[in-house]
Design a protein around this ligand. Structure first.
Ligand SMILES: CC(C)(COP(=O)(O)OP(=O)(O)OC[C@H]1O[C@@H](n2cnc3c(N)ncnc32)[C@H](O)[C@@H]1OP(=O)(O)O)[C@@H](O)C(=O)NCCC(=O)NCCS
Length: 438
């Protein structure tokens, strides 16, 4: 399997399809600084963001040059150096049930200029990504989505949920055991090495988390915006356990919404142990001077209500899909994760784009490792059978959605015994969760 996505050739089918509409699709040479800056300008414009400042641009150029960076150019327009569409991808590590790490093709920066939308540009690029990832032997593609209606058509499905949480500080008091470690303020630049090390351990604890890339840290520590209002407002802390080992970090700022309303906004909270997660929450919740604490992209199983005396002072909002998974190689993906219990199941997968379809025997041994055999059309089933689309396979893959729920929705076809077995086999040891956008 190739892990350097940037080295793979551009997809010729997409080149031809877009050339037929007068557009030029290609791989960007990220060592060409002017062209790379124009690409970032298109990306920001596509997401309706402001123009990128010099320091953020410098950080982007430094940290994202290793990715596979593709664009579509229209040579007939003014400022033709700015692409009319962008996509960025890389092979990353996704934590899957076990927890163990599996390779995944991360897709990001999907934009098409408002002047060129709704004429098939995104479809050409998204399908090209899948073909390139599949031919490189990467078993699945993943992304986070700005809208829930965009990516099912390419075989992706939501595989994790996330929620925002708001805690009324005046209502709640800490009601859990007092964490044994300590929280220290550490300036962002000094925190950087510990933040990188803690995050690397933290993401391996939960299915659904994705390895952080080097550019993640300058961005969330506001090191890419020196002297800015954002950098001045950001506070950064580290949690050290009782033995003095750095096990968690958080970045937050306080939003002054009115004379009586100050919200502590948690920008990042990464914890390599449950003790560190509790220690950071206690620090954040016991902040004087603020009226509430707000955090986005939290796990729907975050035990916050169990940490405080008044559980109704913790309000969950905006539960939403977050990580989307697209299985590209059914056997490799199923073998990459672990299972809680032994058993055998036949999966009949329908994939209209032709990457993952077929009949597969999933055979899980004691210890949770699986071997998967592709079956021919004629052989008799030897295990209970589940018929499902590639989307539904992506939805159940990390254990975030139960096969029985998708069967109840009329999406998975199987008898009751097969569904019950599938629920048990696909369950994850921890509710899958991704706590960042990418
Ligand atoms: C979303 C976006 C990339 C779509 O680009 P596009 O070139 O207009 O898309 P296409 O013309 O290739 O459309 C492909 C399919 O998606 C559908 N589609 C496109 N935009 C859609 C939207 N906003 N909501 C629902 N469906 C959409 C099209 O109807 C088409 O469907 P079909 O091929 O199954 O008939 C573009 O509108 C964009 O840049 N939006 C702002 C940035 C953004 O949200 N990017 C996604 C980041 S996750």
């Amino acid at each position: 399997m190739t892990t350097d996505a940037s080295a793979l050739p551009v997809d010729q089918r997409a080149v031809d399809a877009l050339a037929a509409s007068g557009l030029r699709y290609g791989l960007l040479d990220t060592s060409d600084r002017a062209a790379f800056e124009a690409w970032f300008a298109a990306d920001a414009r596509g997401f309706a963001e402001s123009r990128i400042s010099e320091s953020v641009m410098a950080s982007n150029v430094e940290h994202l040059a290793v990715n596979r960076t593709t664009g579509v150019w229209d040579d007939s327009i003014p400022n033709a150096e700015v692409p009319v569409a962008t996509v960025n991808s890389w092979v990353t590590e996704l934590t899957v049930p076990g927890p163990v790490v599996a390779p995944a093709w991360a897709v990001s920066s999907v934009t098409v200029a408002p002047t060129h939308r709704r004429r098939g540009v995104a479809r050409a690029m998204m399908e090209a990504e899948l073909r390139v990832a599949h031919s490189a032997g990467v078993p699945m593609a993943i992304l986070t989505a700005s809208e829930a209606t965009l990516y099912s058509r390419y075989g992706y499905a939501p595989a994790t949920s996330a929620a925002s949480v708001e805690v009324d500080r005046r209502r709640v008091s800490w009601a859990a055991p007092v964490p044994s470690g300590r929280v220290h303020f550490v300036e962002a630049a000094d925190l950087l090495p510990d933040a990188i090390a803690i995050s690397a351990r933290a993401v391996r604890r939960s299915p659904g988390e994705v390895a952080r890339w080097t550019g993640f840290f300058p961005r969330y520590l506001a090191l890419n915006k020196p002297g800015s209002d954002v950098a001045r407002a950001l506070r950064t802390v580290r949690y050290d356990d009782a033995d003095g080992v750095a096990q968690g970090w958080a970045a937050y700022h306080i939003d002054e919404k009115g004379p009586e309303t100050r919200v502590l906004m948690v920008d990042v909270r990464e914890a390599a142990t449950d003790d560190a997660a509790r220690g950071l929450w206690r620090f954040l919740l016991e902040h004087d001077f603020v009226t509430s604490i707000h955090a986005d992209l939290r796990s729907i199983d975050e035990p916050l209500k169990w940490l405080v005396d008044d559980a109704r002072g913790v309000r969950w909002m905006h539960v939403s899909d977050h990580l989307w998974v697209r299985i590209l190689d059914t056997a490799a993906a199923l073998e990459a994760r672990r299972y809680e219990t032994p058993g055998a199941l036949e999966l009949v997968v329908d994939d209209p784009l032709g990457f993952a379809n077929g009949r597969f025997l999933l055979d899980i041994a004691a210890g949770g490792r699986a071997s998967v055999t592709a079956l021919d059309d004629e052989s008799e089933p030897t295990a209970p059978v589940l018929r499902l689309s590639v989307n539904d396979l992506g939805a159940i893959y990390l254990g975030g959605y139960r096969p029985s729920m998708l069967a109840a929705a009329g999406r998975i076809e199987a008898d009751d015994a097969a569904i019950r077995l599938a629920d048990r086999l696909f369950a994850a040891e921890r509710t899958p969760h991704l706590s960042i956008w990418f």
